[in-house]
Design a protein around this ligand. Sequence first.
Ligand code: H79
Length: 423
Amino acid sequence: AQQPDQLWGKNAEAGKSEKAKWFTEAKFGMFLHWGPYAHFAGDIRGKRYYGITEWIMHRDKTPAAEYAKLAARFNPTEFDAEEWVDIAKASGVKYIVLTSKHHDGFAMFDSKVSDFDIVDATPYKKDPIKALAAACKKAGIKLGFYYSQFQDWHEPNGGGNSWDFDPKTKDYSSYYKNKSLPQITELLSNYGELGIIWFDTPGNMSKEESSAFLEKVHQLQPNCLVSSRVGNGLGDFKDFGDGEVPAGIVKGAWEAIFTHNDSWGYSAFDQNFKTPKEMIRLLAEVASKGGNLMMNVGPMGNGKLPAMSEQYFRATGAWLKRNGEGIYQTSYAPIPAQPWGVMTHKPGKLYLHVFNRPHNGKLLVPGFTGTAKKATMLANGQAVSLQQKGKDVWLNLPATLPDERNTVIAIDYTGKLEEQTTA
Ligand code: H79
């Protein structure tokens, strides 16, 4: 059964506001988890850890001083911001969000607030975020920064994990005043116009602390969006859990976030990448519920993107070149998922994302309250014959579809498609 409509707080109308318009139309983003953990690649102090490699310091219980020593070997000399952005463009993503500081406390930018950053603590000595900001601006891709505002395992007063945080031994408020808020100020001041500050795991933050982050972002860059993980019900758009898709339609501005393999950070021994078919279907499913898919890539320690990520993202982009009309700028489908696939919607157009061709070629769109005029396959412009009987629209599919992963068929209609709920 479909969930009742959910609304994202007082910003439920954000999708219609000028500020969040680009975000709700974007539909596809690329998350990038990159830090010293990419250099470890799932292997630290002679031990291997599968999955969630950006947590390796915590999982290995590496003491902060030792982690810092090992992190000083991180030297991504092959990093090329323009190459990343070329790949992002070819993949069809409209925005990218890079980790500027993850829970390990290491800043991927030139910070005056802490020396534990890529410029001061590694032989690389350059600020990759500066180069990335320039490349994004040139290519017209929105840039956002992930920033772990609560968890920081490097600082004595940085938040630990929400489940073992002890306010008696840690003074989070001093951490927040002396590191996280000042670093957020640096990010918003030194890298041009930002699309998003992507806060994570709010832990034990108070409402006042969450508000201070939100207000700081809006004060320095009024158009920059803030993720809901700033905590305490605040934020400009909603993020679901890691790897979670909501059960039904959700209105307002929101995002589903996924790893490409089984880790956010790079892992040298994880080849479990989602294929283009899985990516294309997931993108359509999320769009059919009204949201964006932000899919992660974990760049390697040398600064290159993993070959499998590059290949599969590019393949998704090739599909979007042919079928993007049924993804970008669409909203949730007024008709719920069917055995053959899902739908997306624009006024006057219903897009069918056909994952499974019915064996007899007869595809049913039920609950169609408008008047269907014609159906066309986006990939090749070919017409598909249709018949409407009351609220049932039947399509007669050709014997083979142009794309067995997801063939998008646009139905042009007049009248109004009312929102249907399953019985
Ligand atoms: O940045 C990504 C994750 O590192 C971060 N959010 C996304 C976007 C995140 N922070 N916290 N969590 C995810 C929850 C993680 C819990 C676990 Fe674990 C980490 C489960 C397994 C590893 C802690 C360590 C609990 C068990 C081992």
